[in-house]
Design a protein around this ligand. Structure first.
Ligand SMILES: [Zn+2]
Length: 220
């Protein structure tokens, strides 16, 4: 972190708090694209209303993070990129105020993102392809001569579109690895390690093996 960036954080306690929450959310999304995809597949499968308040709040920060930065792996969030986040020209805000002017999604918005993500994932798994309509996106290309930093970001009517903008290439990159567990009692969406993998986990795999063994031995 540069002195200038430290100065940004020192100047504002709400910004500092928001920065810390967002940084943690970035770490939770993981170091690789696969990590982020796994997390988002888990998001697709979760019952948002039954999550604890803490888990749900963590998820909202992860969704907010992903909508701005996408799956950027272990690259840390710089305070400068946060300033960009907070100074969007087109009042693109989530419904919940987190700190100061910084926002995160609420339950309705998270549910909508979940529906969008599920549609893409499930059609890809079941039909082999999907179609996605995104409103025309506008990009803002900027520079700050004082800090010698350029930036490029999506300008959007609603942050949901930015979520999809980052979600689509992530799913594209891992398309053939995204599967649904073949065990009837499970059917979880998961990211496969092997292309021919059928079950989400060793647990499901060994359950199936046990069932087959019992069938073979004539047990029920
Ligand atoms: Zn399974």
């Amino acid at each position: 972190m540069t002195d200038f960036e430290k100065e940004i954080l020192r100047g504002s306690e709400p910004l500092h708090q928001f920065f810390e929450e967002l940084t943690k959310a970035g770490y939770r999304l993981g170091r690789t694209k696969a990590d982020a995809m796994k997390r988002l597949l888990q998001f697709c499968g979760s019952d948002l209303e039954s999550l604890s308040i803490g888990d749900r709040n963590n998820l909202y920060f992860e969704l907010a993070y992903f909508s701005v930065f996408g799956a950027r792996g272990s690259q840390p969030v710089s305070p400068f990129s946060l300033l960009i986040y907070g100074t969007t020209r087109h009042e693109a805000r989530w419904a919940t105020k987190a700190f100061g002017s910084y926002t995160i999604p609420n339950l309705n918005e998270a549910t909508k993102l979940q529906q969008d993500a599920r549609k893409i994932i499930d059609e890809l798994i079941e039909e082999g392809s999907t179609s996605i309509r995104l409103p025309a996106l506008e990009f803002e290309l900027g520079k700050d001569p004082k800090r010698r930093v350029g930036y490029l970001r999506v300008v959007h009517d609603h942050p949901r579109n930015a979520f999809l903008y980052h979600f689509i290439p992530l799913v594209f990159a891992l398309a053939t690895w995204i599967k649904r567990c073949k065990r009837d009692g499970c059917t979880r969406r998961y990211l496969a390690v092997r292309q021919k993998q059928l079950y989400c986990s060793l647990r499901c795999q060994s359950r199936i093996a046990t069932q087959r063994y019992r069938k073979k031995r004539g047990h029920h």
